[in-house]
Design a protein around this ligand. Sequence first.
Ligand SMILES: [Zn+2]
Ligand SMILES: [Zn+2]
Ligand SMILES: [Zn+2]
Ligand SMILES: [Zn+2]
Length: 464
Amino acid sequence: MSGRRPDPAAGMGDLEAALTREACPVCTRAAGADERWLDHFLYEGWQEREPMREVARGAGFCAHHARRLETIGQSATVALIHLALIRDVLPRLAGRHGRGKPAPLVAAPDACEACAQARDVERRECFFLALLIGARRPDCYGNPALVCMPHLKQLAGYLDAGTIAGVLAIHGRTVAALGETLAGAPAPACAETPADRAIRVILGPPERRDLLAPERHGAPFGDDPDPVRRMRRRLRHMDSCAICAEISDSCGAWLGWLARAAAAQGDLSDVLPLCRHHVWQARVAGGAILAPALAAVVVGEAEERLVYAGKARELGRGAAIVPPAVQRAWSSMWPSSGSRIAVLDSLQRGRECPLCRRAREAGERAVLLLAALLEDTDGRRAFEGGYGLCVRHAAQALALPGAPAVAAIVASTMHARLALLRWELEEQLRRGAWQARPAGRGAEAGAWLRAPSRFAGTVRVDGP
Ligand SMILES: [Zn+2]
Ligand SMILES: [Zn+2]
Ligand SMILES: [Zn+2]
Ligand SMILES: [Zn+2]
């Protein structure tokens, strides 16, 4: 045996190689993890109890992954998965007349297991990257690869207090240099404009869904300027969730306004999006003319976060959410951990993305409008005769405080729609069986295509 300590970074050659390229190594290495998990889930994972329970907790997937289910295919598997979800949800819609507070319709309304699996992979990559930086010291980092700001928050959680300082300094220098290229300093020769490069380095590359910018395609009746009449018509005539349509409209209008305002050269910094998905969507909607303004806001926000994190580290405090007793306990076990907690806390903070806020508020306002419309006969008829809602927004409407009459109408309509969908899915499976081939196929053959969006809706409200 030699007396040398084993290299803690042994076996991390791939990760080390990723550090020699410019892109965020965590984004690169975690890309497609959600798709791989989804493929596996459709292949066999759905038959196992644990993953299926997690999917049921969130009542299916987010709108993005629900749409992926539709494109991947596997009609019978998708039908069986949604039959299980309907079986899970129906009793909670039916049993709302008992005493006491009814159970929420969806246990974890913001959860999507495919998204959660991708985040797990990202966390794991951050953990190994921290191990590598610890073993090689910070000079292996930033030559040229850096993690994007969303992943820096996670990476910092695995770094010790001494290493954080070096890593923050590298990020500070890079962000400042990106800011200078925006102001006209020479940028490295590459296919990207300085604005696109700044956005990509700081927020990470766009995902496929960002480049589609689905919110730009208007939902039916979007041109009706009267919001009450629009909502009533949508409830009656649309074959998808009207609240989702209101959110789409609202985000689409915001992006459209930004694209027009960019040409007028006003100061847009307080209304430009900040989270990765919305920044890239705005980049697509606004074109090259909006890109410099977007990049400037992204650079400014990152600079501010890094300055605060640096100050928090120096002061070793500022973590108002961590009680002093906890800080003292931590510091006694791990010297200088007080500053570490303060750094993590200040990296987590920051201004909320205006477009995320807009989407959330549009959804809340639409649920309140629905509740008001259900108070009169005309509105109630429109709702009861129409599509109903996606399960996510039904859960939101059922949770409205002090509105038992609204909850009763929403619950009975949703119960009826899901019972019908269950019958159609069963019929699809029955007629799809080989020995049933003389029976021919009808509209029920497409039931599996309607099921994912019945649960997830059609818009995804993305946070950072
Ligand atoms: Zn990243
Ligand atoms: Zn998802
Ligand atoms: Zn919806
Ligand atoms: Zn956003």
